[in-house]
Write a protein that binds this ligand. Sequence first.
Ligand code: SAM
Length: 254
Amino acid sequence: MTQQVFIKTGALLFAAIFIVSCMHTTHIGQPFMTVSHPGKYQLVYHTPSQEFPLHSMATVDGREFLAIDDVILPSVQSLYLLTHWKILDGETVLDLGTGSGVQAVFAADNASVVVATDINPAAVKMAQLNAKRNGVNNIIDVRQGDLFSPINKDEKFDVILFNIDYPHSEATQGLWKLHERFFAEVNHYLNRGGRIYYQSGLIDNAARINSMTNKNGMSILSMRMDVALEADRQPIVYLIKRTLDVEVKAKSSY
Ligand SMILES: C[S@@+](CC[C@H](N)C(=O)[O-])C[C@H]1O[C@@H](n2cnc3c(N)ncnc32)[C@H](O)[C@@H]1O
């Protein structure tokens, strides 16, 4: 009898400790840096939380993004792109090189469907987790693969978002190949009248980007650039369309 009471009391005590510790498990770590940048969203980096002790974490206007291993948290460039795209209700969106999924999560506010891809399987997992934690996993379809390889040949989109690493030094000139492949293939995946929002910091890259677009029947409609926060890596967002579409609709409202 005494032994039974002892076991019951022990079990109750264990349950109480478990419940109290769950109540105190923090889902989000302490904010340690609010980043000043030219975009319109607030970017805050946090310490790892008790729930995700191995992850790094950022909030963008209060929405939480986790990253692990070599997955990249939202950056100043991410937020500049986020600030300058416009997605209309019901549009379809492709987010190439989604990383933590920040573009995809915000795009899901208006888009009917967002397909988000990344070559890095860890990024795919993070984007899926972040989509779920932000309540938009029913809209975002995250796929793993190089550039357009996870997209079916008959899939087309109203908007394509691109913020993948760009050449910024002698050692990174090899990245041009990826950007050349992007411009050579992107036309096929755009709906008629569709548009591309392409982030590639570094003003010195602009002439080559212009020639890659023209070579592939595309035109740069606008370029948004802010004063460099740290000298040479200013964020730049290009709005690009098919040249044919631009000629048909000489004045674009975007
Ligand atoms: C600089 S991060 C930007 C992430 C995100 N787009 C954003 O705005 O925060 C670039 C991402 O592109 C992915 N990436 C690099 N090369 C790729 C490729 N060939 N195909 C698809 N994704 C790629 C990387 O794994 C990384 O997650």
